[in-house]
Design a protein around this ligand. Structure first.
Ligand code: AKG
Length: 474
């Protein structure tokens, strides 16, 4: 199984002298109690578990630098960890890597309320940043279901997409600067707060989405939009995916500049939300559900636009039923239907998760095809995701881990994706689980170049080993 752990690489083991060094550097923040280490050794999905004996909790960039300088000299492997909400086994150790947690690096450094540029430490929790900004009439340019736990540093190092990407674009555009500690402890201060800066190579892009394999992000500066004065959410039902696509096209045309999200999930997801989380479907049962959000500056204009759009899709029968929310509590309730699908799935047993980019008109074909392909082998085959970004979350459940089922899904799902020139990881990254499938989405020349960059920045390979790059490249 190419997603399983490879053999341990010949890194050093942590000695008493190493622990003494860490304890002097981080008094009270060098954790070795196995009970305290338990939750940092296992991923959120409880599918990957490491065996680290040391968790370090630095507060400053200088401390991170000293930790890495020591680890590099001693050939000790390090697993950087943010909120540990990743879905591909990238944020937990595979063996005994030292866990370097950003959880105490949680300070806002500056916020400029003219430019909207926020600079903060990597361990700030996304929801805390959102709350901080909302008090100042701004918002974060990204939002995702894991907001209550995930760290901005983890978001950036995985290039997390989320629910607002359609409107505000990817972190590759909104992140303006990064401070990164390199494997040997050097501090790379590229913490610019400029919208425009074409002076040489844009090095920060190397660290965005490289999952902590090239450096440890310690601070981020990010461009934040103004808080919209009016937010509306429409929750709609569609009887076919074709109609859902037509609704999307119509929506883009009629809501254009105020559209901030266009998300979907299928009827199987709704059943799981009802069954496991006791959530109620606010509209009549449909094969597909859509969550549309508008965010604009004029409530009257926005509502008028939204109502015209709804009238159009209802009268043309693209949409079978729907409900609209303008009030915060109801908006939250409608959003939680989409945001909590992942959580509902965890109650079904074991979940095989795929995060695929495809031409938008093909995304649900993969779900249907997979249902036919797997037949009775799977308990559920469900589809949900970001229609506006052409990003499908295909999830397949079985009562427990099932190697025969896995062999039926992979590499089939990757071959299917590659045939349509899609990406086998749209927004979750490759981590441990997907690393060896990179060739389905990237040519071998590109992967070899990634290997050269890794070798240049981290010659001993101590940073997040066994992740992102395939096993033939360290
Ligand atoms: C989402 O809900 O948008 C996610 O990224 C989670 C996807 C998953 O549960 O596979």
């Amino acid at each position: 199984n190419p997603g399983a752990a490879p053999p341990r690489l010949p890194f050093s083991r942590v000695t008493r002298e190493d622990l003494a060094f860490f304890r002097t550097l981080l008094p009270g923040r060098t954790i070795t109690d196995p009970d305290l280490l338990k939750s940092s050794n296992v991923d959120w999905l409880k599918t990957v578990e490491g065996n680290s004996e040391v968790l370090l909790r630095p507060k400053t960039t200088e401390e991170v630098s000293q930790i890495l300088r020591h680890c590099n000299e001693r050939n000790l492997a390090v697993c950087p960890q943010g909120g540990n909400t990743g879905l591909v086994g990238g944020s937990v150790p595979v063996f005994d890597e030292i866990i370097l947690s950003t959880s105490l690096m949680n300070q806002v450094i500056t916020f400029d309320n003219i430019s909207g540029i926020l600079t903060c430490q990597a361990g700030c929790v996304l929801e805390n940043l959102s709350n901080y900004l909302e008090e100042r009439d701004f918002i974060m340019p990204l939002d995702l279901g894991a907001k209550g736990s995930c760290h901005i540093g983890g978001n950036v190092s995985t290039n997390a997409g989320g629910l607002r990407l359609l409107r505000y674009g990817s972190l590759r555009g909104t992140v303006l600067g990064l401070e990164v500690v390199l494997a040997d402890g050097r501090i790379l201060n590229c913490l610019a707060t400029l919208r425009k800066d074409n002076t040489g190579y844009d090095l920060k892009q190397l660290f965005i989405g490289s999952e902590g394999t090239l450096g440890v992000i310690t601070a981020v500066s990010i461009l934040c939009p103004r808080k919209p004065k009016a937010v509306n959410v429409a929750f709609l039902g569609c009887s076919s995916f074709q109609q859902l696509l037509e609704t999307f096209q119509c929506c883009r045309g009629m809501l254009g500049e105020i559209l901030s999200a266009f998300e979907f999930f299928d009827a199987s997801c709704m059943s799981l939300l009802e069954k496991h989380l006791k959530l109620t479907n606010p509209i009549t049962e449909s094969p597909f559900y859509i969550v549309i959000e508008t965010a604009g500056s004029n409530a009257t204009h926005d509502e008028e636009k939204l109502h015209k759009f709804l009238e159009e899709v209802m009268t043309s029968s693209l949409v079978t039923d729907g409900t609209v929310a303008t009030e915060a509590t109801k908006i939250k309730a409608l959003w939680s239907l989409r945001e909590r699908v992942t959580e509902a799935l965890t109650h079904e047993g074991y979940t095989y998760k795929y995060d695929i980019s495809l031409p938008v008109e093909k995304i649900y074909d993969l779900v249907q095809d997979m249902r036919g392909h797997l037949g009775d082998m799977a308990k559920n085959v469900v589809g949900y995701g970001h229609v506006g970004d052409g990003n499908l979350h295909l999830n397949i459940t079985s009562p427990s881990k099932d190697p025969a089922l896995l062999a039926a899904i992979e590499p089939y799902v990757y071959e299917w994706t590659s045939e349509w020139k899609g990406s086998i990881s749209a927004e979750h990254g490759l981590g441990l689980k997907k690393r060896n499938y990179i060739y389905y989405s990237k040519p071998s020349e590109a992967v070899a170049l990634m290997g050269s960059i890794k070798a240049m920045l981290d010659p001993k390979g101590i940073l997040n080993p066994y992740k992102t790059l395939p096993d033939n490249i360290h």
